[in-house]
Design a protein around this ligand. Structure first.
Ligand code: ADP
Ligand code: MG
Length: 257
């Protein structure tokens, strides 16, 4: 856990004092999220449009409220809202909350980062993902996905996911324990009257990558020299280690044939 994560945890724990009032609790969470996003890695030229920021804030408040009510409807939860909605973590771009059996993530980035859809079991089956331009090259994002269990993820799990994605012709550029989880369930959700259906191909226990921006296409014919170069240049040291192992295993397999 980094120091930023610790601060966020403390902040969102404090907001639980409002949890006797569902609307207030949700509103306080989103106000804090927006404040964090607006001020995170801010640049002079960002030029945020306050009206757009306010609209996004109202929009995600109603989204979070819907997501929570949908969970209560489906599960019959009698919990305090502070138990069902809680901060779970943050990365370079996102702040994530568990809402019952789902997760809502809010992010800010310079680009309208695209997600690589592999249609594979190695990616979290996202229900919804939307992007808002909020200033000069500033984008807010909101994403809803099933909650995955992030405890007890091992280095071997990283390799399982890395090699699975790699065998489809893609490179997972940010392999680390925080970015991997195990499917608990995929029950779908209902937001703004719209039903988002669960993925058919995932089952409990499947390993899934949680952030989907960092997957790039290399194809299945790329030479080892190029792949070695790509993996060496990666900002995440694990790529080189995992790629080297993957290439060695592929070689062994070929020799056996
Ligand atoms: N579906 C999920 N289930 C459980 N935890 C999640 C989920 N998505 C994100 N998280 C938690 O939130 C953190 C930040 O999300 P992530 O997508 O990795 O953001 P970033 O793109 O900023 O790295 C993750 O490291 C993980 O701890
Ligand atoms: Mg991450």
């Amino acid at each position: 856990m980094n120091s930023e994560d610790k601060q966020f945890r403390e902040l969102f724990d404090k907001l639980k004092q409002y949890s006797s009032d569902k609307e207030k609790y949700i509103s306080e969470i989103i106000d804090s999220v927006i404040l964090i996003l607006v001020n995170r890695r801010i640049r002079k030229e960002d030029n945020l449009d306050q009206v757009k920021v306010d609209n996004f804030s109202d929009y995600v408040k109603s989204m979070l409220k819907d997501l929570y009510e949908d969970y209560v409807d489906r599960s019959g939860s009698q919990n305090d809202v502070g138990t069902d909605i809680e901060y779970i973590g943050s990365g370079f771009t996102c702040i994530a909350f568990r809402v019952g059996d789902n997760v809502i993530k809010f992010g800010k980035s310079e680009n309208a980062i695209f997600q690589t859809e592999l249609d594979s079991i190695y990616q979290i089956p996202t229900y919804l993902r939307e992007c808002y331009e909020a200033g000069n090259n500033v984008h807010f994002r909101v994403e809803i996905a099933p909650y995955a269990d992030t405890n007890n993820i091992s280095y071997e799990d990283l390799y399982t996911a890395y090699s699975g994605i790699r065998s489809l012709g893609y490179i997972w550029n940010d392999p680390k324990e925080e970015n991997l989880g195990r499917i608990v369930g995929v029950s779908g959700c209902k937001i703004g009257g719209k039903q988002y259906l669960p993925s058919q191909q995932h089952k409990k226990g499947d390993l899934v990558v949680l952030d989907l921006e960092d997957i790039s296409y290399v194809g299945l014919e790329t030479s080892d020299v190029v792949l070695e170069e790509i993996s060496m240049m990666s900002y995440n040291r694990n790529v080189y280690k995992l790629e080297t192992r993957y290439m060695e295993e592929q070689k062994e397999r070929k020799n056996k044939k």
